[in-house]
Design a protein around this ligand. Structure first.
Ligand SMILES: C[S@@+](CC[C@H](N)C(=O)[O-])C[C@H]1O[C@@H](n2cnc3c(N)ncnc32)[C@H](O)[C@@H]1O
Length: 150
């Protein structure tokens, strides 16, 4: 593990949780950077990709519940004009970073975004993925998109 800021805070966290060093820290590697940037050396080798990226359309940010809009930084919420900027980037990147059979699971803003993403992955990224589907959360909202790399 690198001795960068993130690595140090994980060590501190593990200590606080009274986890032995070998139980977690030997199995976890922290890499810092924008999306796929720090993963160049594992391109085509990833078994799975799970992400809850920013997905709120920019115009909706001012209307968010106070506990979200006031305390979360814009970087954590703003998904661009349609809210899909990061989700599309992650879907496109999955094609080259997952190994064949590798799985992905992305959280979205709900029904409309999930349906768009399923269609995008099936029709625009033709033959790159299989078993792509929208999965509902406990409130019945199609919240997640999951599937496998072909
Ligand atoms: C909706 S929050 C999710 C936070 C956390 N995963 C969770 O479930 O509570 C979106 C996260 O994406 C991160 N993020 C935004 N732009 C990013 C980028 N270019 N590369 C990597 N992470 C990014 C933000 O820092 C934020 O932590």
């Amino acid at each position: 593990m690198e001795e960068n800021g993130a690595g140090k805070s994980l060590k501190k966290y593990a200590k606080e949780m009274r986890l032995s060093k070998s139980s977690v820290l030997d199995k976890v590697q922290i890499r810092q950077g924008s999306w796929f940037e720090p993963l160049e050396d594992v391109k085509g080798k990833l078994t799975g990709l799970v992400s809850n990226p920013p997905y709120i359309p920019s115009r909706n940010l001012p209307g968010l519940q106070a506990e979200v809009g006031r305390y979360e930084p814009k970087l954590a919420l703003d998904g661009g004009e349609s809210g899909m900027d990061h989700l599309i980037h992650l879907c496109e990147g999955s094609v080259s970073y997952l190994k064949p059979g590798g799985f992905f699971a992305f959280e979205t803003n709900g029904d409309e975004q999930s349906e768009f993403l399923v269609d995008f992955m099936v029709s625009k990224l033709e033959n790159s993925f299989r078993d792509v589907k929208a999965v509902a959360d406990f409130a019945g909202i199609k919240r997640f998109v999951t599937g496998f790399c072909s």
